[in-house]
Design a binder for this molecule. Sequence first.
Ligand code: APR
Length: 261
Amino acid sequence: MKIQKKCVLPLDKRDLKVYICGALKNEIMKKKLVVLSGAGVSAESGISTFRDSDGLWENYDVMEVASIEGWYQNPELVIEFYNQRRTQLANVVPNEAHKIIAELENYYDVTVVTQNVDDLHERAGSTQIIHLHGELTKVCSDDRKKHVSDIGYSTFKFGDLAPDGHLLRPFIVWFGEDVPLINKAAEIVSQADIILIIGTSLNVYPAAGLLYSAKNDAQIYVIDPKEVQPIARRVVFIKEKATSGMKKLFRMIASKDFVIK
Ligand code: APR
């Protein structure tokens, strides 16, 4: 029976409470929450960010190891760079921020739109994830990125071939390449009631432009230990690291939508 208008239900108190909690929970589940995450959410798991003082781009020339030009100039260097990152990924684990993001699925319809190529959101239990910039545990053919396959944390060498006989390459979106999932991500952002931006400097487009797809009444939260100004509209800024910031955010939004016992 769908609750339309205020009415008297033939239920005893306990059933009434269970019934209303159930109905309310279902109602709230419909709220759509999108998490836009970047390297900062994995920093406390021991994975370097890109642009912080000790970031990856301090130690590597980004155009040498993360651009299509770099791949054509020196594929061995590029393969070695991602082999090292894949090996490191095997030795790190999701942190509290990844876990709380996964737990939010108990209360909201959550989609994680991440720029990260690590698998820590999956390992933490998130079920709806869009990897805008590819996945470290996958490889594909150099011919239009066909024949995507999962190699886990293992390494591969220059000259290994994909099933179509073309060179095997990392399944990563490099600078100068299309971002095939950007429209799907923009569609999901445009339906979000709540948007959480965590651990991204929003320097890289088109990912950083996703917020322009947000609907006017979407609540926007930003978690970052540094000043990050996403777009010219009201956002709730939580100037914290990902783990402590997520604990704060969880209390903030949960207290808005739920009766916290
Ligand atoms: N918790 C939360 N945020 C953090 C933490 C932390 N512990 N440590 C650092 N940060 C923040 C930084 O302040 C910064 O704003 O995370 C952000 C990391 O920014 P970048 O290093 O620029 O990483 P990201 O935004 O993910 O980069 C985007 O650039 O190099 C390409 O393809 C690569 O996907 C990547 C894209």
